[in-house]
Ligand binder design. Structure first.
Ligand code: FES
Ligand code: FES
Length: 854
C-alpha cells in the first residue's frame, strides 16, 4: 500500500507498512537523516520533528498516523531560523548527534508563545537528552533566541565562510602540494587539513587544523578539513596506532603537526623566492600568501603550490615563537558546528550505499550464553529476508529493509542456555566485590612505613566506598556499514580506533591492509565505547556472508546490554592523623576488574592493571606513609575504557576520603588539601582559583553546602567547588552551581576547553546522581533510558569554568573534568546535611537513608 506524506513542503509516496515508525521512514526511505534514533521509546528526543507545528517524537508515530499531516524535519527548518542561528553563535554542539532534536524542540516551543519565559522553555526542553552535556549552552542559545540578540560569533567568522561547512567543501582537486599526510594545498588556493583523529565532540576537527593553519600561516578562511582514511601515516606517533582516546589528540599531535607545517611554510617561501629570483630571507609567509618585503609583490599558496611540491622538505624548519601565533590560543568557532546544526553531518548511522541490505542480530541475554535452538525457517519466511547468518554466539538476519531485518530477528525465537553465571545479579555482585577486600592483592605503591605510622597516629579512620558498573550510553547506538568484495572491503564506521577496525577486517576477511578502506564518519559520542570493534566485526561478517553491502544498527537495548562497562569497584581506605591534625598514613585497598588484561595484557605488569590504579598510584598529596594495594576481580561482566577510566572511580574514593579526614582533623577541607600540596603549585593554584571564584568560606543560603575536590588526570589539573542543597524528606540532591578551575598547560582553543569541562562535569554528575547498570539472571537488566537514567536539562547546575594559564606541558581536556565532579558533590552533600555518601549513584533513597542514620 502506498502512503502519501508531506515532508518539508515536498510530497512523497512511500510503499511502507503503516506500522513502521515515522522515524525510520524519514531516515531510511526518504534519507532525511538529520532526524536521529536514540532510544525508540520516546524518552530521548533525538527523533523530534514538527507535525502540524507541534514537536513530536517520530519514533512513537506510526507512518499511518502521519498521513495527511505537515511534517518538518531539521532539514526543513530555514537556515536563518533564530534557533539555528543561536545554536551556532553559542557553539552548542559537541558530538552533535542530539542537536537536531534539541533544535526542533526549542523551535516548536518558541513558536508556541510570542514572549515565552525562560523557565517555561527550559521545562519544555526537559525530555531531550544530551550525553555530551551541552545543556548550559542550550540554555544560552535559547536565551539568545528569545532575546533575538545577534551578537557574539558572526557567520562570517566561520572558517568556511557564510553558514557553509569547512567539512563539506574540501577541494575536489587532489593534485597539489602535499609535503606530508596531513596537508594538501591545491592551485585553487584551498588548504585541506587531513585529520587523523576521530571527531566525537571534543573539537579535534577544528583544533588540529588550527595548529596546522597557524604554523603554516594559512588564512583560516581557505582551510578545509577531511577525515583521514585508516593508514600507517595517520598512526598516533606516541602510540603507533590510529586511535583517538586518553585525551591525547592535541598532546600527541601538537609537535609533529607544527614541525610538518613549518616545513611546508618554508617550502612555499622558497618557491616564491625562486619565482622572483630573490634571497629567501627577503620573503615572508603572511596569511596564505608569500610576500616579497622590498617590492611588495605577493603570491598565494595556491599559486605557489606546484613549485613548492618540487622543493626538498627541510629537516629542521624554524617553528613560530611564543607570541607569533595568530590562531592558537583563540576561541575559533568550530568547523563542524554548522553541519551539526543543519542536520547534514553524516554519522555512522546515516551512511547509505547503493544496494545495501540491513542486518539485525539476536544476542544472548546472559553473559556467555549459547543458543540452544532457533527457528531459522520462520525467519526466512518474513518478507524481505535475504539470509540468516550464524555468528559466534549470535545469529544475524539480513534483509532488504530495516523493519524486515528486525521482524526476521524476532521470528528466530532463539532459546539460550543460562550462561556463565546465572545467579549474577546486583546483590551477588556486590557481595563478591566486598568479599574480595579480604583477599591479598598486589602492591601498586608503597613508601614509608604505614604500619608504624598508623600505630603512632592519634586518630585513625576507615571507610569503604562502592561504585557501580556504568554504561557509555552514547546517544548514537553502535552501528557500522560494510561492503566485503572478493578483493576489497570498505567500512563506514563511527570509530575511535581505525587500527582496531583494520585488524578486525583483516581477521574476518583475510584481506591485506591495502585492500581495506575505512571511512570514519562523525561519532555520535565515543567516551571509550568506540575503541572497541565488535560492531564492525558483525557488519563485516554479515557482508562477507551475503556478498552485499550491509548496514547494521544496534537498538538502544542491544547497545546498553552489550557494552564494555566502566568497572565497578570497591575500596577500603584507612587514614592516620597525628596530634597536629596532619595526615601521616594512607592505606588504600582497591578491588577492581582489569580492562588491560583483555585489551593489552602486555601492559599489566606485576599483576597491576594501570587503568585500575590510575589517579591513586600517582596521587599528588604529600603523605609520608602510603600503601596502595590492588586486588583483581574476575566476574563475567565485560569492562572497557569509559571517559576518564580509572580516574573516574579513584577520584571519588580518594577525594571523598580526604574530605572525611579533613573533618576528622577539624580542618577546613581546602586548607587541609593545600597543606598536603605544599610542593605542588599547579594543583594548589587550581584549588585556590576554584575556591576564590566559588566564594569558599562565605555564608550560603540555609540548607546549602559547598564541597571541594581536585584531581590530576591526562596531564591536567582540575579543581571543582560544588554547591548543593538536599531535600531532607525525599533525599533529592539539587546541585545548584559548580565552579571549575583547570590548568591544562598551553591553551589551543579556550572555548573548546570550556566546552569540554562543561561536558565532563555533566558526564560526571550524571554518574554521581543517576547512573548504575543493573544485573539480573546472569545478564544486564538495564535496557534503555527508562531504567538507565542520564542527566537532563533540569538537573544541570550553573557551571563556571576558569582556565588557569601555565607554561607546563600540554594536558588533555576531554576527560579531566569528570573525576573531581562526584566527590565535589558528595563533599557538598556532607557540608549541607552531614550525610557522607560512600556509594554511587546518590539515589534519593540512599541519601535519605544516610541522613536518618547519621
Ligand atoms: S525519543 Fe525517539 S528515538 Fe528517542
Ligand atoms: S551533543 Fe548532545 S549527545 Fe552529543
Amino acid at each position: 500500500m502506498m502512503i502519501s506524506l508531506e515532508v518539508n513542503g515536498k510530497h512523497y509516496r512511500v510503499g511502507v507498512n503503516p506500522d513502521v515508525p515515522l522515524l525510520w521512514v524519514l531516515r531510511e526511505y526518504l534519507k532525511l537523516t538529520g532526524t536521529k534514533y536514540g532510544c525508540g521509546i520516546g524518552l530521548c528526543g533525538s527523533c523530534t520533528v514538527h507535525i502540524d507545528g507541534k514537536a513530536l517524537r517520530s519514533c512513537q508515530i506510526p507512518l499511518g498516523d502521519a498521513r495527511g499531516k505537515r511534517i518538518t524535519t531539521i532539514e526543513g527548518l530555514p537556515e536563518d531560523h533564530p534557533v539555528k542561528r543561536a545554536w551556532i553563535e553559542e557553539q552548542v554542539p559537541q558530538c552533535g548527534y542530539c542537536q537536531p532534536g534539541q533544535i526542533m524542540q526549542a523551535a516548536a516551543l518558541l513558536s508556541e508563545r510570542s514572549n515565552p519565559s525562560e523557565d517555561w522553555v527550559m521545562k519544555g526542553m526537559e525530555g531531550v537528552l544530551c550525553r555530551c552535556g551541552t545543556y548550559p549552552r542550550i540554555k544560552s542559545a535559547i536565551r539568545r533566541a528569545i532575546g533575538g540578540e545577534q551578537k557574539g560569533i558572526s557567520a562570517s567568522s566561520l572558517g568556511a565562510g557564510d553558514w557553509g561547512s569547512a567539512m563539506e567543501k574540501a577541494s575536489p582537486n587532489r593534485h597539489g602540494f602535499s609535503p606530508n599526510a596531513w596537508l594538501l594545498i591545491t592551485p585553487d588556493n584551498i588548504v585541506t587539513v587531513i585529520v587523523g583523529k576521530s571527531e566525537m565532540g571534543q573539537g579535534v576537527s577544528t583544533s588540529l587544523p588550527m595548529i596546522v593553519a597557524d604554523e603554516i600561516e594559512a588564512d583560516w578562511k581557505q582551510v578545509r578539513v577531511e577525515m583521514a582514511p585508516a593508514g600507517e601515516e595517520y598512526k598516533d606517533p606516541a602510540w603507533g596506532m590510529q586511535t583517538t582516546g586518553g585525551s591525547t589528540s592535541i598532546r600527541h599531535m601538537f609537535g609533529p603537526l607544527r614541525k610538518a607545517s613549518a616545513a611546508a611554510r618554508e617550502m612555499l617561501v622558497s618557491a616564491a623566492a625562486q619565482t622572483w629570483a630573490v634571497p629567501v630571507h627577503e620573503c615572508e609567509a603572511y596569511r596564505g600568501t608569500v610576500r616579497h618585503i622590498k617590492s611588495g609583490r605577493s603570491l598565494t599558496y595556491g599559486q605557489l603550490s606546484q613549485k613548492a611540491a618540487k622543493i626538498p622538505i627541510p629537516p629542521n624548519p624554524p617553528l613560530k615563537k611564543e607570541g607569533q601565533f595568530g590562531l592558537i590560543g583563540t576561541s575559533m568557532p568550530r568547523l563542524d558546528v554548522p553541519d551539526k546544526v543543519d542536520g547534514s553531518a553524516i554519522f555512522g548511522m546515516d551512511v547509505f550505499i547503493p544496494d545495501m541490505l540491513y542486518a539485525a542480530v539476536s544476542r544472548p541475554p546472559a553473559f556467555g550464553a549459547r543458543a540452544i535452538s532457533h527457528d531459522r525457517g520462520a525467519a526466512e519466511k518474513v518478507t524481505g529476508i535475504r539470509k540468516v547468518v550464524d555468528l559466534n554466539r549470535r545469529i544475524a538476519v539480513c534483509a532488504d529493509t530495516l523493519d524486515a531485518a528486525w521482524k526476521g530477528r524476532d521470528a528466530l525465537h532463539v532459546t539460550w542456555d543460562e550462561g556463565a553465571q546465572p545467579d549474577l545479579d546486583n546483590d551477588n555482585l556486590e557481595r563478591i566485590f566486598v568479599q574480595h577486600l579480604n583477599k591479598r592483592g598486589k602492591s601498586a605503591r608503597t613508601h614509608g612505613n604505614v604500619k608504624r605510622a598508623m600505630n603512632h597516629a592519634v586518630q585513625k579512620i576507615e571507610a569503604t566506598y562502592i561504585l557501580p558498573y556504568l554504561s557509555h550510553a552514547t546517544m548514537e547506538p553502535m552501528n557500522c556499514t560494510a561492503h566485503v568484495r572478493e578483493d576489497t572491503c570498505e567500512v563506514w564506521a563511527p570509530t575511535q580506533d581505525q587500527s582496531g577496525v583494520l585488524q578486525t577486517v583483516k581477521e574476518v576477511t583475510g584481506l591485506k591492509p591495502e585492500q581495506i578502506h575505512v571511512h570514519t564518519t562523525y561519532l555520535g559520542g565515543g567516551f571509550g565505547r568506540r575503541l572497541e570493534s565488535d560492531f564492525v566485526e558483525e557488519a563485516v561478517q554479515v557482508s562477507k556472508a551475503t556478498g552485499k553491502p550491509v548496514k547494521l544498527i544496534w537498538t538502544r537495548e542491544e547497545d546498553m546490554q552489550n557494552d564494555f562497562y566502566r568497572p565497578a569497584t570497591c575500596s577500603k581506605i584507612e587514614g592516620g592523623i597525628d596530634g597536629n591534625g596532619r595526615l601521616v598514613a594512607w592505606v588504600h585497598k582497591l578491588v577492581a576488574p582489569s580492562i588491560f588484561s583483555r585489551v593489552y595484557p602486555q601492559m599489566v605488569k606485576g599483576g597491576i592493571d594501570p587503568a585500575a590504579v590510575e589517579g591513586a598510584v600517582d596521587m599528588k598529596y604529600e603523605i609520608p606513609n602510603i600503601h596502595l594495594e590492588y586486588v583483581k576481580i574476575d566476574v563475567p561482566v565485560p569492562v572497557g575504557f569509559w571517559r576518564s577510566v580509572g580516574h573516574s572511580h579513584n577520584a571519588f574514593t580518594m577525594e571523598s576520603f580526604v574530605d572525611e579526614l579533613a573533618h576528622a582533623a577539624r580542618k577546613d577541607p581546602l586548607e587541609f588539601r593545600l597543606n598536603l600540596l605544599k610542593n605542588h603549585p599547579r594543583p594548589r593554584r587550581v584549588l585556590e582559583v576554584a575556591a576564590e571564584k566559588a566564594r569558599w568560606g562565605k555564608p550560603l543560603k540555609k540548607g546549602h553546602g559547598r564541597g571541594i575536590a581536585q584531581h590530576f588526570s591526562f596531564g591536567s589539573y582540575v579543581a571543582l567547588v560544588a554547591e548543593v542543597s538536599i531535600n531532607e524528606k525525599d533525599g533529592t540532591v539539587k546541585v545548584h552551581r559548580i565552579v571549575c578551575a583547570v590548568d591544562c598547560g598551553p591553551v589551543i582553543n579556550p572555548d573548546t576547553i570550556t566546552a569540554q569541562m562543561e561536558g565532563g562535569i555533566i558526564f560526571g554528575l550524571s554518574a554521581a546522581l543517576k547512573e548504575r547498570v543493573d544485573f539480573a539472571r546472569g545478564g544486564v537488566e538495564s535496557a534503555n533510558f527508562h531504567n538507565y537514567g542520564i542527566l537532563s536539562m533540569s538537573q544541570t547546575p550553573e557551571i563556571e569554568v576558569h582556565i588557569v594559564r601555565s607554561n607546563a606541558k600540554l594536558g588533555g581536556v576531554g576527560e579531566p573534568g569528570v573525576p573531581p565532579t562526584a566527590p565535589s558533590v558528595a563533599n557538598a552533600v556532607f557540608a549541607a546535611a552531614g550525610a557522607r555518601v560512600r556509594r554511587l549513584p546518590m539515589k534519593p533513597e540512599t541519601v535519605v537513608g544516610i541522613i536518618k542514620k547519621e
